[in-house]
Design a protein around this ligand. Sequence first.
Ligand code: PBG
Length: 324
Amino acid sequence: MQQLRRNRRLRTNDAIRSLVREHIITPNDFLVPLFVVEGDNIKEEIASMPGYYRYSLDLLVQEVKDIWSMGLKSVLLFVKVPDSLKDNNGTEALNADGLMQRAIKTVKNTVPEMLVMTDVALDPYSSYGHDGIVEDGYIINDETCEVLAKMALSHAIAGADFVAPSDMMDGRILAIRELLEQENYKNTGIMSYSAKYASAFYGPFRDALDSAPGFGDKKTYQMDFANREEAIKETLMDIEEGADIVMVKPGLSYLDLVRDIRDVVDVPVAVYQVSGEYAMLKAAAAQGWLDHDAVMLEQIMAFKRAGAHIIASYFAKDVIKLIG
Ligand code: PBG
């Protein structure tokens, strides 16, 4: 038979490729993670995340203005807590005048329209570096959920638009949702880290916040990376409990889950391109082994193609600078 169908006709030149392209990247796709520290005039580069910084609140102001001016409209806040304020119960997490609560206000006072999401987990506040309260070497679930709910409420009171629980305790979404409703924070959203795996890709992040676990690992609460169907179960349960947005984390090695989940849920799906993924590309590019910008765009597009509505990425500003 004579060849009639030639797929390469649709790839002949840039104009036709642009016309038939299925996905595009825009600033609306991104959630920008921000690391905040105590002090004045601090902008410190994170050793294992070249080109990414921790900011004190005074310098956070300019960074937030820059992000907004690039068309990026959502941030995800993390704080580095001094060791002297850490304990087993994460008491400092509930301090109405704590660093996170002040960071939320700083962002909102700088750009009121900026969407502010906050990390909710005890690890930056825990003397053990765990996401919950430790008892006899075990991370106790229900007591941790109670603290997480109070922590989420204090973020809502400080002005957070969404809280983002990243701890993987059972029932924490319900605990948070109930307390927010009860206290009349009905419009404060929850972005749940629903399918969060126990991953070695978080290493550089734990450097950034000095939050590595002091003993053991996180395998009794974060998911086993051998499991796929369990991710669907976790995600559907979080939606039932009241999650407005669900998330898969890490990103690139877990794109199968992004697609699986996108196919079965009716809420927006976020993906987190985590610190180790950022570090890998920066390292390879510094060696001259990979073309940084080309690989970065290819990876971001992979998230969109897999079905992500929202991409949390340390590359957000780099991408927008590149695509204009
Ligand atoms: C805290 C938290 C972690 C990350 C986001 N929130 C670390 C962890 O669970 O150990 C990882 C983010 C990254 O690696 O970029 N619970």
